[in-house]
Design a protein around this ligand. Structure first.
Ligand code: ES4
Ligand code: ZN
Length: 322
């Protein structure tokens, strides 16, 4: 129908996409073969069948195993080029792409191999794209600081830093020093918070890390004072509907609080998170949410507009999209 066409055709920005989470099982097998890497699954189907998750950690275990096939600059290029082609089909016009360097440097892949491969695909890609380097929060702050040092020669290819991986037990304040260093370097700052973790993690991400956006943030509604602050300051939340259902943050899409977040006046955006693992890219996320919830045309326009407003595009580039 009409609303579906509008959702598909309206220009959007994607602000929450882990590039390693865009690796489709077919490409995982192709890269494993190309690189002589052994996989624990004997076919594309058996790997895809393993994509049933109880929580964030059960997903992360499979996600890090999938990323183990990435060895060369060409591998990172091919993965990123495939994502950008797919995003363009959904009328994503700009993407701010997360990558997890520690997942690769821990296996002996050099930092420049990772960044140059992803970055070169962005230069060649069909849409505008920039890179956000994420620190793994289950590792130490000293390891994050060492990762930042390694990335300094590549500073010009990175617009910001983020914080991802296992949230519970790893509060934002664990990374206060490294985020302060990044702020001094003029990097944009974001962090995953309030996905599985409590609203207090959203608050400390804002006050102790000085982040500009919150990734997920859906648990903010448990704290009315925090909700009012997020609305007043128009802190963007990069919400990922299919991810939230697959990782059991909500039991099904009809239970998702997306409409409540919008009704609270929050700067909500829709994103795909790890599209190869969670059952769909940008438009699948819009369609699933709009099918399950009483959302209409005005919500669609607001979500698309928010995605550009909350982006780290330069003001002139932003104006062209708005
Ligand atoms: C992630 Cl959904 C999610 N949450 C935290 N860390 C992640 N890394 C990749 N996807
Ligand atoms: Zn994420």
């Amino acid at each position: 129908e009409q609303l579906q066409n509008i959702l598909q055709q309206m220009p959007k920005a994607e602000l929450h996409i882990h590039i390693e989470g865009s690796l489709e099982p077919e490409l995982i097998f192709e890269l494993a073969q190309r690189n002589g890497v052994a996989l624990a699954y004997k076919s594309v189907e058996s790997l895809r069948n393993a994509y049933a998750f109880d929580n964030l950690q059960s997903f992360l275990d499979i996600y890090y195993a999938g990323a183990s096939v990435l060895l060369t600059e060409q591998d990172f290029y091919d993965m990123t080029a495939a994502y950008l082609r797919r995003a363009a089909l959904d009328n994503v016009r700009h993407a701010e792409i997360f990558f997890d360097p520690q997942t690769h440097t821990a296996r002996g892949v050099p930092m420049h191999t990772v960044v140059d491969g992803i970055w070169r695909a962005c230069q060649d890609g069909p849409i505008s794209a920039s890179l956000i380097m994420c620190f793994l929060r289950h590792l130490s702050e000293d390891e994050a600081l060492a990762t930042l040092e390694e990335a300094l020669p590549l500073r010009g290819k990175i617009i910001g830093v983020g914080l991802d991986s296992s949230e519970l037990g790893h509060p934002p304040e664990k990374f206060a020093r490294v985020f302060e260093r990044c702020r001094q370097l003029g990097l944009h700052l974001v962090a995953h918070a309030g996905e599985e973790g409590p609203p207090a993690y959203i608050e400390t991400a804002l006050d102790l890390l000085n982040v500009e956006r919150i990734d997920h943030g859906v648990r903010c509604l448990e704290d009315p004072v925090l909700t009012k602050r997020l609305a007043r300051e128009q802190i963007a939340l990069t919400v990922c509907p299919l991810s939230n259902v697959k990782l059991r943050v909500f039991d099904h899409m009809g239970q998702h609080n997306l409409l409540d977040l919008l009704d609270a006046g929050l700067a909500v955006t829709i994103n795909s998170d790890d599209p190869a693992y969670f059952g769909g890219y940008m438009n699948a996320n819009f369609l699933a949410a709009f099918e399950a919830l009483p959302l209409g045309l005005s919500h669609a326009h607001r979500l698309a507009r928010n995605s550009f407003t909350a982006s780290f595009l330069e003001p002139e580039a932003k104006r062209d999209f708005l």
